[in-house]
Design a protein around this ligand. Structure first.
Ligand code: NOJ
Length: 767
């Protein structure tokens, strides 16, 4: 077997469309590249056209099918490879990938290689923090490096295509998949979407250590009614364009090779059969040239939705909408030939859908060298560099939510520590959901991290309470949670009391509470945001001992910890921190790392406030913003953008460098940020604007720029942030088009969405 070397010059020179849009590239160089690019594209086009000329309609249709490798027998998979199926997903054994590829390349009539896809969501074997955590770093460069490392490991193991990034905006933490995205904000979502695409794909599609990105779930899957996964989405065009569609568009602009259609109805039309979404917006308006894969059985589901009359109709509707590849159901394979014969679809339509799939295989270099090297696969798996990056990412994405009287960091000379909670030593959950291929045995838990860090301290570890889901998770087979051990009421009470006793005896208790990984992710919405099981009671009992307590919260969504926000002196939210999570948490608790994360979601007081987000419109009684409920404040516990540090920061000398902003003169605002402590640390400078009047009401604040800065003790840096006029455009609900409107705007700078440093500027448009 030879190692994967992309010998086609085409692999590194392909289409201008797949080059990231970097306006700074020198014009002459750009022209040179464009010429080479178009000749490479022309070569690819000739190759693919020649191949398509040899293909029967059946062979084309089979290329448009993706089969679930883990759900069929190996004999069936071999047959499909021989028959020329386009792709497999969920085949992870490199030797099996090689074997299937060999069948496709040597035994199928036209020798077309397979493309292997997988959910490389936050790592392949080395698991990084979950996406909402990565976004909480507010560091697109870090996120890019993480996805690049994930791509490298996956590619060496035979995976060509990641079903990532998930860029669905989520304003409702009941929705279990909030964990897979970047949170509630469109601007932050855009930055994180583009960073992930760059990391996965590299500068140009086809790099030997990169994989294809897949932007999902197009579109607006995150706004399911009631936060119930898969439920319909009803969003007016204003919110779609100003909020929900923006991160997908950013990912497409960054060159994303593929897009995944969402499961659900969008304004009554299922996304997978939605011609407006897939053809008008994605292809016509945004110029997307890659291919669209349906979500799992989403073509078949067009009938279940009450949209298509039959499976044949479902296949036809998906073709009309422009779904190039069908994931796991077989409506295309079973019905498209008949539909062709009846004239319900044309060969031209099929050709248009199959071409981008073949082009992508060509771009990946698969026609040239489809195989992997098993030795390289081993070398590139679980490398020390990837593990170090995973730990750094976990440190940078953990958010210090409370730290009264410097409760943290803990003293290094601590004598005894109780590490208590169902997540204290939970390997599967520490790596988080959507990490099926990550080996739980490789994971360092919080208890293990602390033991390693404090070899001389007396550390006792216990669960205190057990938690579990009431109903099965769809991932139980792949990511089973350990079976409960406290089977009787008596055993449960004894364990609870044991935990409280340990807390009484220890100098400090670290409570590790939250949700098991299977309590969020797909098919894992919740009606409550409270800590599951008796965790709240355990926490209150341990706080009542009067001994020092720190809460480490591990979950994929903001939770109702309102009591803790007043009674537990230190709260560190670590999301699901990944393979090296325990080491990262130990470093953070002991002050060997300084928390750098900031919230990408507004943190509700209770589930009754949901959906709650910072960028809403004002009401006629803006001053009563805190009391729109009579039974609790309508403000959150912690605002979007919030995050503490062991350092402290102050802001001064805010300056708007240009009063008038035009299409040619961006807003430029600077501010001095000072680290007022003796601890080196990072802060996130965030810029928010508000348009005072226009053809439509505008949100009270909108994030328009940010920068993460590192400051030495007592250092001051002047940070200048720039906002191009284009960022101030929006889609007007009264004019039904995109506008940039003249007038006065407010601008705030600070380190969360309640930032107080304020100035004004003025937008002048050229007519
Ligand atoms: C269904 C999920 O919605 C999607 O995110 C995932 O990529 C596919 N299944 C494949 O596992």
């Amino acid at each position: 077997m030879t190692s994967f070397v992309c010998r086609l010059p085409a692999c590194v020179l392909l289409s201008a469309f797949f080059l990231p849009t970097t306006p700074s590239v020198a014009q002459t160089h750009a022209a040179h590249v464009t010429n080479r690019v178009s000749s490479a594209d022309a070569k690819m086009e000739r190759f693919v056209s020649a191949l398509m000329a040899k293909m029967t309609p059946r062979e084309k249709i089979m290329q448009m099918e993706q089969a679930a490798g883990h759900e069929i027998s190996s004999q069936k998979a071999d047959e499909l490879a021989r028959e020329g199926v386009g792709s497999f997903l969920f085949v992870t054994d490199p030797a099996r990938i090689h074997a299937l590829q060999k069948i496709a390349v040597t035994e199928s009539r036209l020798h077309i290689p397979l493309i292997f896809g997988y959910d490389v969501i936050h790592g392949y074997h080395t698991i990084f923090p979950v996406p909402i955590a990565l976004a909480s770093s507010w560091d697109p460069g870090l996120v890019e490096r993480v996805q690049s490392a994930a791509a490298r490991e996956a590619r060496a193991n035979g995976i060509h295509w990641a079903f990532t990034p998930m860029v669905d905006i989520a304003r409702d933490p009941r929705w279990g998949r909030i964990m897979e995205g970047a949170g509630e904000d469109p601007y932050l979502g855009e930055q994180m979407a583009a960073a992930q695409v760059r990391g996965l794909q590299g500068p140009v599609v086809g790099g030997p250590h990169n994989i294809l990105a897949c932007v999902k779930h197009f579109a607006a899957y995150g706004d399911a009614v009631g936060g119930r996964d898969y439920d319909s989405v009803e969003i007016p065009e204003t919110a779609l364009r100003n909020v929900y569609l923006r991160p997908y568009h950013a990912a497409v602009k960054a060159g994303a090779a593929t897009v995944m259609s969402a499961y659900q109805d969008l304004n009554d039309v299922p996304a997978t059969g939605n011609v407006w979404l897939m053809r008008e917006i994605l292809r016509k308006e945004w110029g997307f040239k890659g291919f669209v894969v349906s979500d799992w059985e989403a073509v078949k589901s067009l009938q279940i939705h009450g949209f298509a009359a039959s499976q044949e109709d479902a296949a036809v509707r998906a073709v009309k909408a422009g779904i190039n590849m069908e994931m796991t159901s077989t409506a295309y394979a079973d019905h498209l030939e008949d539909a062709l014969k009846k004239g319900e679809v044309t060969l031209r339509e099929i050709d248009d859908l199959v071409r981008p799939i073949l082009e992508m295989k060509y771009r990946l270099g698969l026609f040239d060298n489809p195989y992997i090297d098993l030795n390289v696969a081993k070398q590139e798996t679980d490398t020390p560099a990837a593990h170090a990056l995973s730990q750094k990412a976990a440190e940078q994405s953990s958010i210090l939510l409370r730290n009264e009287d410097h409760a943290l960091p803990l003293s290094k000379s601590i004598g005894s520590l109780a590490v208590i909670g169902p997540l204290a030593d939970a390997k599967m959950s520490t790596k988080g959901s959507w990490s099926q291929h990550g080996d739980p045995n490789e994971v360092i838990t919080v208890a293990e991290g602390l033991r390693e860090k404090l070899p001389n301290a007396k550390i006792s570890v216990t669960k205190g309470v057990e938690i579990r889901r009431f109903n099965a998770s769809v991932f139980d087979a792949q990511m089973p949670e350990p079976a409960p051990t406290l089977l009787t009421e008596e055993a449960r009470n004894a364990e609870f009391q044991h935990a409280v006793d340990l807390a009484k005896q220890a100098d400090v208790t670290v409570l590790v509470l939250g949700e098991l990984q299977n309590m969020n992710g797909e098919h894992a919405s919740r009606a409550e945001l409270t800590l599951p099981g008796k965790q709240e009671q355990l926490m209150e009992a341990i706080v009542a001992t009067g001994k020092p307590v720190v809460l480490v919260l591990m979950s994929g969504r903001p939770m109702d910890i309102t009591w803790a926000s007043k009674h537990v002196p230190a709260i560190l939210n670590v999301w699901y921190p990944g393979t090296e999570g325990g080491r990262a948490v130990a470093n953070l608790l002991m002050g060997d790392a300084n928390p750098g994360g900031h919230l990408t979601v507004t943190w509700p007081r209770s589930v009754g406030q949901v959906p709650i987000y910072y960028n809403d419109n004002t009401t006629q009684l803006p001053e009563e913003v805190t009391y729109r409920y009579w039974d609790e404040p309508s403000t959150p516990v912690w605002p979007f953008g919030f995050g503490l540090s062991y350092s402290t920061f102050s802001f001064s000398k805010m300056q708007v460098n240009n009063w008038t902003v035009t299409e040619n003169a961006p807003l430029r605002v600077s501010i001095d940020v000072t680290n007022t402590s003796s601890v080196p640390g990072t802060d996130v400078v965030q810029l928010y604007t508000h348009q005072r009047a226009g053809s439509a009401s505008r949100p009270v604040r909108e994030l328009k720029a940010f920068r993460k800065v590192s400051l030495a003790p007592h250092e001051t840096q002047t940070v200048t942030l720039e906002v191009p006029a284009g960022e101030l455009r929006y889609w007007s609900g009264s004019l039904h088009r995109d506008v940039l409107e003249p007038g006065i705007f407010d601008v705030w700078l600070g380190d969360d969405s309640t930032a107080k440093n304020h100035a004004e500027f003025h937008v002048k448009t050229v007519r």
